[in-house]
Write a protein that binds this ligand. Structure first.
Ligand SMILES: [Ca+2]
Length: 326
């Protein structure tokens, strides 16, 4: 019997070793936390905060397995766009914008970021705040900081998360987020929260989990501080009317609209681009071998990419915001 158990255990360890390569022994987490507490204390986290935060923290294997699955299987832009720009998401976005129109207007006026851009970001991040992730942020970040893959990054985020807890913005149990520690309805990492989140309703707490004013203002402030230009669009889908040198494609090249007009880029309806506006633009193309879509993108598109460094994401935010604004 003992031998069989031992064999089963061996198979289990072997099998899981395949999946969780380079994972540390979960049993040693308690020792790691003990050492980490000293470091955190040196970074200004009080003992009471540390004891409260780590009272029930456990190693979550599920988080490591999610981390090892990155990057997710690649899908084409067309499939991604189809998923994101569903009729329901567009409908829900318009409804959401109407519902919170008053506070969104105040925030849009203050930060110079359009309401429909803020709404589109939340629509893609958390389906308008309805899915924030159900991991406890301290537990998720502890697991990832303890793990060896990106320990330094997640250790810094864990310190930031403890500061947020210590400042009393949110209760430990309510501090929920994604498996990677992105928090609240706008999915800010703790370090972004400390840098850019805003207490817009001035109740003394920055609450990006439940308070719409704080959520919207934090998102708008993120974009403003990342260089959002008021009054400019993110970009537009275009038509290319002449054969174009493929070297002109991509975000590296930035030219004014006159240049793109000269090489044959037109609005979708065939009209000329507005060449009297002083704006730099890049031409990007998505293709799956069968379909091609081309977009002319401006400064604010690059700003959206500072939120999430993905052309799929930035284009989908732009397109969804246009749909919501129609
Ligand atoms: Ca507040």
């Amino acid at each position: 019997m003992k031998k069989i158990l031992l064999l089963l255990l061996f198979i289990f360890i072997f099998a899981s070793g395949e999946v969780y390569a380079k994972t540390k022994n979960p049993e040693d987490l308690a020792i790691w936390i003990k050492k980490f507490k000293f470091y955190a204390a040196s970074q200004g986290i009080e003992i009471a905060t540390l004891n409260r935060a780590f009272a029930n923290v456990e190693y979550k294997e599920r988080i490591i397995s999610l981390d090892r699955k990155q990057p997710e299987k690649t899908i084409s832009f067309f499939q991604y766009k189809k998923n994101i720009l569903s009729k329901k998401r567009i409908y829900d976005g318009r409804k959401f914008l109407r519902k919170y129109s008053s506070v969104l207007t105040d925030i849009s006026d203050k930060y110079g970021v359009p309401k429909h851009i803020i709404v589109a970001l939340l629509g893609i991040e958390t389906n308008y705040g309805t899915y924030m992730g159900s991991f406890n942020v301290i537990e998720a970040l502890t697991t990832l900081a303890y793990d060896s893959r990106r320990s330094k990054f997640f250790t810094a985020e864990l310190i930031a998360a403890l500061k947020i807890l210590q400042e009393g913005h949110i209760d430990l149990d309510e501090m929920q987020g994604s498996w990677a520690g992105a928090m609240g309805q706008c999915q800010f990492m703790p370090s972004s929260f400390l840098r850019l989140a805003v207490d817009f309703n001035q109740d003394g707490k920055i609450d990006i989990w439940n308070t719409k004013a704080d959520i919207f203002a934090s998102a708008a402030n993120y974009l403003k501080q990342s260089g959002w230009r008021e009054g400019e669009k993110w970009g537009r889908k275009v038509k290319v009317t002449k054969a174009i040198d493929k070297n002109l494609l991509g975000l590296k090249l930035q030219k004014d609209l006159n240049y793109w007009d000269a090489v044959g880029v037109r609005k979708l309806n065939g009209q000329r681009l507005p060449t009297d506006i002083d704006m730099k633009a890049s031409l990007i193309e998505f293709t799956n071998g069968k379909d091609i879509e081309t977009y002319l993108v401006y400064n604010n598109y690059r700003v959206i990419m500072k939120w999430n460094k993905s052309t799929y994401f930035a284009t989908a935010v732009g397109l969804l915001s246009d749909k919501i604004n129609q």
